[in-house]
Design a protein. Sequence first.
Length: 299
Amino acid sequence: MSSQGTIKRYILIVEKTNSQNKPSFADIREYLHQHGFEISSRTLQRDIEQIRLEFGIEIKYDRGNNGYFIDQDSSIDLNSFLGFLDTVATADLLTQSLKESKSAMNYISFESEGNFHGSAHLKDILFAIRNKRKISFVHYNYLAETRKNYEICPYLLKEYQNRWYVIGKVEGKSFRTFGIDRIENLQVSTEVYKAVKNENPSMLFENIIGLTSAEGKVEEVILSFQPVQGKYIKSLPLHKSQRIVKDDKRALVVSLNLVPNFELNQKILMMGESVKVLKPIKLAKEIKKSLSLALKQYS
């Protein structure tokens, strides 16, 4: 699937069929038309079938409502799917631009000056996950400054802030997360492991931002942003649970339902004076303490 147009159509079809009011076949075609795609009924039907076969998104027909919907229980995570397609579409666009002109790279700047370490491991780890193969490797711990040998049953690859991580079980214990950029001497075993039924490591990240699991229950976090910062927060929400409580000329106030953790604190601290924690009080005190300690470094 290399056509940028096809990728865009897939994204639009998923967006439309994921809405609450089950659109009809004609509604979906009209939605595509509104976004510049004039396709036949046969092409649309083929697109729906390809989305199911290639990506595991079950778009089903409800005869009672004469509409289509996504069966969430039978489909992969939609956010992951849309994120993947967005990445593929961007890569396809850049590749096409480079084919048209070799000088295109002169006009593209990537976020990091360095290269991501460990990218060569992605293919082998994905193979191991799909085939339920154990993997072994040496992992470097930044905090302890030590290297340790591990053998794990890999379950999931996760990307966060331009870094990749593998989530797996060590000796049948709870799930652990390993940074792929800190992995050395990766070996894929011929030994097959049996995954526990209905065990989904993606749920570990359902109620948090980032990677760090935190003790405690899901709670409401209320943040107030200065108007300009609020525009960025509306265009790129901090978490899928984000909802707007107030939006006026003075501030944008949003509510998040999650477990506060290290990454949430980091995101709040990154925005400095542009954000204020209104709730919970414990989180507000943690942010205040961090800012006070930072200020002391300049005294």
